[in-house]
Design a binder for this molecule. Structure first.
Ligand code: HEM
Length: 419
């Protein structure tokens, strides 16, 4: 480890966690292991950013500690997204960013989360399962009719989209629009998805305009969906403004989409890489354990950030008020002090307290129950109806420092099992 003059430990390996190229070929798992072992809380320089850098947290227990202390580690102060640009740009977007509950602290956060919480309880999701199964069967029908194609687009992307469209109240025929917009919003580091430097901005504007249309339709004709709930909500003494409605809409459609798509894509790739596990899955269907393992293995969200509201000692390291802290779920999920043999993909794993949905605390993934149901139903259906699905080429990874994504998996769809 180098010894800088400010006394803050630096990364024990040469890596730039802000550079999307670092993740272009997959997660830097060996480097994460060295970080956890030698400098579990280290200072990452980022010139020109707020504070000129941020703390990197890689151990499982530390990720949990930060996540569960919102009174010390704020999501509101500098937002929850780790910024890649200069502090001034971040400053400009902060006001808008803070309208998302992802970037709020309690008690304000709880008021907003309560509006939609009931749409995601285990019971509500159980009631949705029949519909999810119908969707999964239709997805497999279409894939089989094609014979071969891109698993990400044909299969992984479809169920999360259909499910979230159904819940929010977005007509199914508009789902390709939501697919395209969320790619452009999240894949901003990947040239394939970005048509101009400002495209993420343009995509969010397009999403807001689309949301305005849905709001107008629901005002006229309320329905049993989240869009209607948002319009009827009463927070901080009144209804949501149009702008607040729009950003809520954007958060729900993006958060539920990319993440679950990548869990399903990584899960399929993991089965291709570990054929013994696929055989076991098909034969014994350890559904719940397999779902947790797929989600841990994928860890679609690599990290979120917090900002210290007071001085705090984390794992022996002094953090100062105002410092940003990035919690790396992707490193914590391979921490052998929390997960037994973490580099083994084991779909029968009994203890699996992964942090792919967050380390606990108020922001713990709102859609966790929905995501689990989607992953379970999708793989159960694939195993039953196209058990011989096989890759025809290597996967292509998303270039991003935030989302552990797969852009494409070329596959052959072969019917089999029960039709
Ligand atoms: C495998 C799929 C998914 C993964 C890995 C995932 C991961 C995460 C993570 C890491 C967080 C932040 C937790 C924290 O800060 O403590 C989060 C929050 C959130 N997720 Fe998910 N998510 C997934 C699926 C979904 C789905 C299907 C939805 C449906 C709408 C969703 C909606 C949200 C929302 C709205 C938040 C913000 C919650 C808050 O600020 O209170 N997620 N998710």
């Amino acid at each position: 480890m180098t010894a800088p003059t400010d006394g803050k430990p630096r990364c024990p390996v040469d890596i730039d966690l802000i550079d999307a190229d670092t993740f272009a070929e997959g997660l830097p798992l060996e480097q994460f292991a060295t970080m956890r072992e030698q400098a579990p809380v280290f200072w990452h320089e980022q010139k020109g950013s707020w504070g000129d850098g941020f703390w990197v947290v890689t151990r499982h227990k530390d990720v949990q500690e930060v996540s569960r202390l919102p009174e010390v580690f704020s999501s509101y102060e500098r937002g929850a997204l780790l910024h890649t640009g200069p502090a001034e740009d971040e400053e400009q977007s902060l006001q808008m960013t803070r309208m998302l509950m992802l970037n709020m602290d309690p008690p304000q956060h709880s008021d907003y989360r309560n509006i939609v919480q009931r749409a995601f309880t285990p019971r509500t999701i159980r009631n949705l399962e029949g519909r999810l199964q119908e969707f999964a069967d239709e997805i497999v029908d279409r894939a089989l009719a094609k014979g071969e194609g891109d698993f990400v687009k044909d299969v992984a992307a479809e169920l999360p989209l259909l499910a979230i469209c159904e819940l929010i109240g977005i007509p199914a025929e508009d789902r390709t629009k939501i697919f395209d917009l969320s790619n452009r919003l999240i894949g901003f580091d990947d040239p394939e998805f970005r048509t101009s430097p400002d495209d993420a901005q343009v995509a969010s504007m397009e999403m807001y305009m689309y949301a305005d249309g849905i709001a107008a339709a629901r005002r006229e004709c309320p329905a049993e969906d989240i869009a209607t709930k948002l319009l009827q909500a009463d927070v901080e003494g009144g209804a949501l403004t149009q702008e607040q409605f729009d950003v809520f809409f954007l958060l729900l459609s993006v958060a539920g989409n990319e993440t679950t798509r990548n869990a399903i894509s990584h899960g399929m790739q993991a089965f291709f890489d570990h054929p013994d596990q696929w055989e076991l899955f098909k034969k014994e269907r350890p559904l719940d354990a397999a779902v947790e393992e797929i989600i841990r293995w994928a860890t679609p969200v690599m990290q979120f950030q917090r900002t210290a509201l007071s001085d705090y000692v984390l794992d022996g390291q002094q953090i100062s008020k105002g410092d940003r802290v990035a919690i790396y779920y992707s490193a914590a999920n391979r921490d052998e002090t929390a997960i037994d043999e973490p580099d083994t993909f084991d779909i029968t794993r009994k203890e699996n307290e992964h942090v792919a949905f967050g380390g606990g605390g108020p922001h713990f993934c709102l859609g966790a129950n929905l995501a689990r149901a989607e992953v379970r139903i999708m793989f159960d259906t694939i195993a039953s109806r196209m058990p011989d699905i096989a890759p025809t080429g290597p996967p292509r990874m998303l270039r991003s420092m935030f989302i552990n994504g797969i852009k494409e998996i070329p596959v052959r769809y072969t019917p089999g099992g029960k039709q």
